[in-house]
Write a protein that binds this ligand. Structure first.
Ligand code: CP3
Length: 353
């Protein structure tokens, strides 16, 4: 491809190019395991301020870039961020997590939600993404992200993180048309938001359907997959060359359904072996993952062995090295540094076939 050498590594791999090593970045690579982040958080205790004040969000997004030079730099934000622009108020409370109040549970509340106008209600996104692009140039790839409709609907309905999603499931299995109405509304806004991020400079979009793993394959077909498809379809209609990654937690039973979303890249967790995932997914799919974030609490020896094992099982090309979920609070920074160091010289440590 003309000019491809000027393109950053992750973007090239995400577009299907075979490179000498897989690109590497980590989900939740910015955050509480980093001392510089904790220090900044002490000065700015509000999560919304940290993520919505462009100067702070830019600084936080770049903390892992300065420390480890990952191949991808993800915008510091949250999947809940766009909800405020739809008229859903939320906060993220220390040691408690997201709180959406009032929770969205009635048809009236759903009908009252507005269509997101990102330029107006999320003006900081443009500043953040443009600055990140300027800052990393073609040395790294800037990722934007959105929550998928099912996961965002589950948060909006439950009002907080949940173990069993019983209120959402009560709606799904007694008044499905109300849930579908909410899912459709979120889908429109989220697709608009993803396109806006690309217009502002995001080079890849990751769609987090973190809680779709809680659905049976049958219910995934009605409540998650069609809405993922609509979001991806809208992105691809305007930006056919922007790669889309789909991540689901506990997705081993849904790999082939994930592929039906038409995402270019399927991001898997560590409960499935990489070799099996490679076998079950079609050849044109790039796989992202899938090291257990818990490995980063282990010895250098084990970290190195697992990187080699995962990369070998993924084979040459069509692989983005990542964890199977976000970096966990308390992870030694030194081990994250080691992970990136080894990952970047993996082509010298093993032969990929
Ligand atoms: O990856 C990155 O570095 C970008 C930043 C990012 C955050 N949230 C920052 C954040 C991303 C990509 C997310 C996505 C997100 N948010 C998801 C999908 C990914 C996943 O983990 O499955 C989900 C489900 C959320 C909702 C959410 N926000 C949760 C469950 C929490 C944790 C609550 C807690 O206190 O442990 C948050 C808060 C949040 N978002 C934090 C960070 C760094 C931690 C709070 C803090 O730093 O003060």
């Amino acid at each position: 491809m003309k000019g491809a050498d000027n393109m950053p590594y992750l973007l090239r791999a995400a577009r299907g190019e075979i490179l000498d090593r897989p690109p590497v970045w980590m989900m939740r690579q910015a955050g509480r395991y980093m001392k510089v982040y904790r220090d900044l958080r002490d000065r700015y205790p509000s999560f919304r301020e940290r993520s919505e004040n462009p100067n702070l969000a830019i600084e936080i997004s770049l903390q892992p870039w300065h420390a480890f030079q990952p191949d991808g730099v993800i915008m510091f934000s949250d999947i809940l961020t766009p909800l405020s622009g739809m008229g859903v108020s939320f906060d993220i409370i220390p040691n408690k997590g997201p709180v959406i109040s009032p929770a969205i549970r009635t048809l009236k509340q759903i009908e009252d939600l507005h269509d997101l106008e990102p330029e107006e209600s999320l003006p900081f996104v443009k500043t953040i993404l443009q600055s990140l692009r300027k800052e990393v140039g073609n040395q790294s790839t800037v990722l934007g992200f959105v929550g998928a409709p099912w996961t965002l609907a589950a948060y909006a309905i439950e009002g907080k993180s949940s173990k069993n999603y019983t209120i959402t499931k009560a709606m799904a299995f007694s008044e499905p048309e109300i849930l579908h109405r909410l899912l459709s509304k979120i889908t429109n806004s989220i697709a608009t938001y993803a396109c806006h991020q690309i217009a502002c400079g995001a080079q890849i979009i990751q769609l987090f359907d973190s809680w779709a793993g809680h659905l049976s394959p049958q219910d995934y077909e009605s409540f998650a997959l069609p809405y993922q498809q609509q979001v991806i379809h809208k992105i691809k209609k305007i930006y056919p060359d922007t790669p889309v990654i789909l991540y689901i937690n506990s997705s081993a039973g849904k790999l082939n359904q994930m592929e039906c979303s038409k995402a270019d890249i399927v991001s898997i967790d560590w409960t499935i072996d990489m070799a099996e995932a490679r076998q079950r997914l079609s050849n044109h799919i790039t796989i992202q993952g899938n090291i257990d974030p818990g490995i980063l609490f282990g010895s250098h020896k084990v970290i190195k062995e697992r990187i080699i094992d995962t990369v070998q099982k993924a084979g040459k090309g069509r692989h983005i090295l990542n964890l199977g979920h976000g970096v966990v609070v308390g992870t030694p920074e030194e081990n994250v540094r080691y992970f990136f160091e080894i990952a970047k010289q993996i082509d010298k440590l093993t032969t990929l076939t």
